[in-house]
Design a protein around this ligand. Structure first.
Ligand code: TXE
Length: 506
């Protein structure tokens, strides 16, 4: 699937047009009158211009969402109607899936095959939640006295959705789909550098025609626009995906209004390979675990925990295969790894590589920015693997969020588990072994929310996504992700309507 340059341009909105926010059912420029340039990380070219929102813009969007929910009836909207709206979005998105995939690749840098997978996931998420909206929820209880006791689930209200740049479409989409299915009104804020696919999703939303104010899109910085969503008392819940440091700030700010909050944060996930693993499968997945999406994946297998007796055989093969990865602009045929998302992020990753060297880890391959020829125009970093690490090293403890793998070794099952759980994070983890009982024993000891046996990365919209420990609070996706947008109300109905007699005096 290759697009010629002319076709690539046709996917883009002209950078002479300032792309707008969507507030109260209308496309609006920010009152700031500022614009921001959006850049293709594979070649540094300008691929769009967007308006830069302010706190005032965020307040307008929140007000519109609040009015739609509390005054204009969205709070009592019908599940079937919401389901129908989500299905309409999914169908239109599916019709345009290649266009969306190209746009995602141009803005984020990921390969086209990964972008296509993201768009397909997004379509499926909309359909999943369209279905879930109308499924039974709530409970009834058999209680003493003449009371019919029941629980109903109600939408939580106005939801602020804040998402990062590594999965710009799919992460926003999964939260939008679940929140709309639940009956909430929403204000969505993409990451500053990757807004293009989400703006286009809102074009579909606009075409379909939601009641004004139900779905809003604000653009701008996290520090201003994002922070306003979190601190504003008229927002009932925040659903956030992003870095742990930002998550900590959000949680502190949300505490002032006792705002409901769910956080999907970073990780430093262990990929444990025992000597009895299927060798080729384990090597293959060790690469996929860390180098998919250039390592910019919260659940990336960024620590390879290798049984010591396997080291001499495994590592040379891993390094050989890492050096064969085809790197280039994500829209070119056969490309397996694209650029990092931005120059700033590339510098963060390169800095971590320096830290690793200075800490005394052995650089087994990679370690450099790629600058030859056209590579120099983009933000490409070689697949990088460090050996001889110790558990206290920063490259072992901190999320690098790039194509950098740290190898740790272990001798016993117990040691593997201790090392695996030995960071502040608890997002994901995997075990490779042909001993089924051992693999399950170890998985059950991992303090992590997303786990695999003899595979890495496949997850499904039906299953909950989120972490233990400092990897977050709450879950996206599946029925658990739906629950995040629902309040729980008990209703007790007196079936014998007469005075209680609690006080004797009449
Ligand atoms: O993320 P931020 P950044 C990790 C990864 C990466 C690091 C920093 O390690 O290197 O975080 O990335 C908005 N109030 N992950 O700085 O800051 C921001 O505008 C409200 C892991 O890009 O977390 C964006 O929309 N919002 C992660 C979103 O938060 C604020 C994915 C995410 O940005 C805000 C991305 C504030 N004070 C990075 N400050 C994952 N879990 O997958 C920023 N934002």
């Amino acid at each position: 699937m290759i697009l010629e340059t002319a076709d690539i341009k046709s996917v883009l909105t002209s950078s002479n047009t300032t792309q707008k926010m969507y507030i109260n059912g209308e496309w609006v420029l920010s009152e700031s009158n500022q614009t921001s340039n959006i850049v293709n990380p594979a070649n540094g070219e300008l691929i769009g211009t967007v308006t830069v929102g302010t706190e005032e813009d965020a307040k307008k969007a929140i007000e519109a969402a609040r009015k739609a929910f509390y005054e204009n009836g969205w709070m009592n909207s019908r599940a079937r109607d919401r389901s129908e709206l989500l299905l309409q979005i999914s169908n239109k998105l599916e019709e345009r899936k290649e266009e969306f995939a190209y746009l995602e690749t141009l803005n984020n840098g990921k390969t086209l095959r990964e972008s296509l997978g993201d768009v397909e996931d997004a379509v499926n998420q909309l359909r999943y939640y369209a279905g879930l909206a109308t499924k039974p929820h709530g409970q009834t209880f058999d209680v003493p006295d003449d009371i019919q006791a029941m629980v109903v689930r109600e939408p939580i209200g106005v939801v602020g959705i804040i998402v990062p740049w590594n999965y710009p479409l799919v992460m926003a989409n999964q939260k939008i789909a679940a929140a709309i299915a639940a009956g909430c009104s929403i204000v969505v804020k993409p990451a500053e550098i990757t807004p293009l696919s989400l703006i286009r999703l809102f074009e579909i939303i606009d075409e379909i025609g939601f009641p004004p104010g139900v779905v809003n899109l604000v653009l701008g910085s996290g520090r201003k626009v994002g922070a306003e969503l979190v601190s504003n008392p008229n927002v009932d819940k925040i659903s956030f995906t992003g870095g742990t440091d930002t998550g900590i700030k959000l949680m502190k700010s949300a505490a002032d209004t006792v705002k409901k909050i769910s956080l999907e944060l970073g990780g430093k996930s262990p990929n444990i390979v025992f000597a009895d693993a299927d060798f080729d499968t384990a090597v293959d997945y060790a690469l996929y675990a860390i180098f998919a999406n250039q390592g910019q994946v919260c659940s990336a297998g960024s620590r390879l925990l290798l049984e010591e007796s396997l080291y001499e055989k495994f590592v040379p093969e891993l390094v050989r295969r890492a050096k064969m990865i085809k790197i280039g602009p994500g829209w070119n045929d056969g490309i397996e790894m694209g650029p990092l998302v931005s120059e700033a992020h590339m510098n963060t990753v390169l800095n971590y590589i320096e830290i690793g060297k200075n800490e005394g880890a052995t650089l087994l391959c990679g370690g450099n920015r790629m600058i030859e020829g056209d590579f120099g125009k983009g933000y490409f970093v070689e697949p990088t693997i460090f050996g001889d690490t110790t558990p206290d090293m920063r490259i072992v403890q901190e999320e690098i969020f790039g194509p950098v793998l740290a190898i740790q070794t272990f001798k016993t099952e117990k040691e593997a588990i201790e090392l695996a759980n030995g960071t502040a994070f608890g997002l994901a983890g995997a075990v490779f072994s042909q001993d089924g009982a051992k693999a399950q024993r170890v998985i059950r000891q991992l303090r992590a929310g997303i786990t695999w046996i003899n595979t890495y990365h496949p997850t499904f919209n039906e299953a909950p996504w989120g972490g233990y420990k400092q990897s977050g609070i709450g879950r996206d996706l599946g029925t658990y992700g739906f629950e995040e947008y629902l309040e729980t109300k008990q209703i007790n109905i007196n079936l014998k309507v007469e005075p209680s007699g609690f006080f004797e005096g009449q």
